[in-house]
Design a protein around this ligand. Sequence first.
Ligand code: NCD
Length: 308
Amino acid sequence: MDFKGQHVLTTEQFDRKAVDQLIETAKSMEQFAKKGQRTDLMNGKILATLFFEPSTRTRFSFETAMIRLGGQVITNHDMLMTSSIKKGESLWDTGQVISRFADVIAMRHSKAGMVAELAKGSTVPVINAGDGPGDHPTQGLLDVYTIFREKGGLDGLKIGLIGDLKNSRVFHSEAKLFSQFKVKLILVSPPELAMPEEIIRLCQSRKIELMEAESVLDVISELDVISTNRIQEERFADRSTYERLKKSFIFDKKLLNEAKKEAILLNPLPRVDEIHPEIDVDPRCKYFEQVSYGVAVRMGLLKLVLGL
Ligand code: NCD
């Protein structure tokens, strides 16, 4: 895929070839992604980060990536309250304006499709940093990258997606990316939080083995990759449903004892109830490593979309 000048709005844009290309580019960036390192590849280039929804990792990861590439960053982490959107400016106009300052934009919004809306008005590449329950391409890609780095690849692995499969954009992006490999996917959630039908259909069309389960105990011992994410509180219309489901899965020492010795456990963070801090020292838990890999992946993606 020729990434140059392209918006990155959905995970569907990444076929297997594009994923492989990004993995290779991210690998070549790892040497510069470390603390104290940088290249001057993006000298004179500017990244704008426009966040309409809370973030710790994703925004800082994009910004760190741009700085390590030798570029600079302009940011607004509270677009909803402090940008001209508050005065009624359209996303299209905002896209027009920001693309006169920046060479590339990373944007997050609480509503699916809104990043694409701003991209229509932008003359520079816009990267979706998470749009509501929709998609979160760079998180999905960094999860693929983490599995490559930790397990050597995805083919042949049994991967469990465990949690709020309905609302977590991370699970949506992961399912779309993981299903391009020869994996067995096991989807585990309470019935109310099942994976959207269209994503299940997409996975099925790729002829991978797919199974749905309700109990993590029934499947954990066969998993090579255990992907977890919090129940997405902010997406529930009804508070009492969230309260009832928020502790559906808790990964603690007892549960992890049932997993394979060489399994890995992923979580995009933030964690709330689903990961007990007592397992942080378990070498199978890779959630903080994911944060580091994410910088190299975003450096790789910035390099590709800017065609440098
Ligand atoms: C995730 C997100 O924002 O979707 N976090 C992240 O980007 N690292 C996961 C979440 O909020 O649960």
